[in-house]
Design a binder for this molecule. Structure first.
Ligand SMILES: [Zn+2]
Length: 399
């Protein structure tokens, strides 16, 4: 049985211990000590890392009453110094304690229990048994949690007798049947848990709900605590300040300004599309007038639109041209790679999809569509070659 020093004082990160057992295990060595400050994975809290006798501790797990450390090489002595990665453990304690407070606040404020939690390196979440969450409700919960933090209530852990246990109102059911450890946030929450926690709520510093989403019929709430919540606030503040300065507004006015900008952007895009369409349509008669005549009397309009034009532009122009009878339209535009669009008037029998494949294929392009309208692409530098092939193909045709 390993003595778990982290239960006596979770703020001790350096200790000395005797090696009880050591054996090769996978890529490293599994080491058992008479006592340890290393917390093994459990209760949703990730394991500690650090060093043991100068070796890296890669992970720590619980095996019955023993704590097993996986280190990256053999230990050279029977007595070793252990050094827990303090920043990582403090972060876990802030988040684990913060999660207790947050789950208790969701239950107290909205009557919603937490069914699962995840404390990750980047993201911490709890899953709530409710299909949705309003901004107001999230803010009320967050207010309560942070009030409890500012009240700096004591947090203590104890092992009640079965009689005592029956009198307690626990936030969730214990997952073990004996040696049930209760974490009590004074006057706020009693919950069974085996993790390491801060000794008072003030040590959590801050709990921030970042966002939430619908997840398997429930609501998954993403949150951060303590130092990580502060860093999240720091980068967001910096981003808001930079944007507000760029737009010459106060930070509180930024959202309104961005919304107005998005609206005007949609308007401008609509107007821009309309103008482009008008411009392209206006140019259609000139294109038809300058069209080549094919042997069967059909006109061929070949056009390369300026770089940066869109497939939408090609379609608009095609519509305006093939409205006239006896015409085949083949056009392209290059922006990164080239887009192709072939179309014909309804009184021409030529298959546009087949024509596009025949012309673009040899130039490394491809495409498809119907006999009336086909669309495809080819390497930008071979667009002119593809359009020239159209003329050759149709010029030699006797259809
Ligand atoms: Zn806990």
């Amino acid at each position: 049985m390993t003595v778990r020093l982290y239960y006596q004082d979770p703020y001790v990160f350096h200790f000395r211990a005797r090696v009880v057992a050591s054996a090769a295990c996978g890529d490293g060595f599994a080491v058992e000590l008479d006592r340890t400050c290393f917390y093994p994975e459990g209760g949703g809290q990730p394991p500690d890392t650090g060093t043991l006798g100068g070796r890296l501790v890669l992970s720590v797990r619980e095996e019955g009453t023993r704590v097993v450390h996986l280190v990256d090489g053999p230990l050279e002595s029977d007595e070793v110094d252990g050094l827990v990665d303090e920043a990582r453990r403090r972060d876990h304690m802030e988040h684990h304690t913060g999660q207790h407070l947050l789950s208790a606040a969701f239950l107290a404020t909205l009557g919603t229990p937490t069914v699962s939690m995840h404390l990750g390196e980047l993201d911490c979440t709890i899953d709530l048994t409710r299909p949705a969450l309003s901004e107001d409700d999230a803010a009320r919960v967050e207010d309560l949690v942070n009030r409890v933090i500012r009240e700096d209530r004591s947090i203590r852990c104890f092992y009640p007798s079965l009689e005592e246990l029956e009198r307690l109102t626990l936030r969730k059911s214990p997952q073990v049947e004996e040696n049930i450890r209760i974490v009590r946030v004074e006057g706020f929450d009693d919950s069974p848990c085996c993790g390491t926690h801060c000794p008072s709520t003030g040590r959590v510093g801050l709990v921030k709900v970042r966002r939430w989403e619908h997840y398997k019929g429930m609501t998954r709430v993403h949150f951060l605590c303590g130092g990580r919540a502060l860093r999240d606030y720091q980068w967001k503040s910096a981003a808001v300040n930079r944007l507000a300065e760029k737009m010459s507004v106060k930070d509180q006015a930024l959202e309104g300004r961005v919304m107005a900008l998005l609206e005007s952007h949609v308007e401008l895009e609509r107007a821009h599309r309309k103008l482009r369409a008008e411009m392209l349509t206006t140019g259609a008669p000139a294109l038809l007038a300058a069209a080549k005549s094919l042997p069967d009397g059909t006109r061929l309009v070949l056009r390369r639109l300026p770089d940066g034009s869109t497939v939408e532009d090609l379609k608009t122009l095609a519509d305006a041209v093939v409205r006239e009878g006896r015409v085949v339209f083949a056009a392209g535009t290059a922006s990164g790679k080239a887009s192709l669009l072939f179309a014909r008037s309804s009184d021409v029998t030529r298959d546009m999809a087949a024509l596009l494949r025949a012309c673009a294929g040899p130039a490394g392009g491809k495409g498809g569509g119907s006999p009336q309208l086909a669309q495809g692409g080819c390497p930008a530098e071979r667009l002119d070659e593809v359009l020239a092939t159209v003329e050759r193909e149709l010029g030699s045709s006797d259809s």
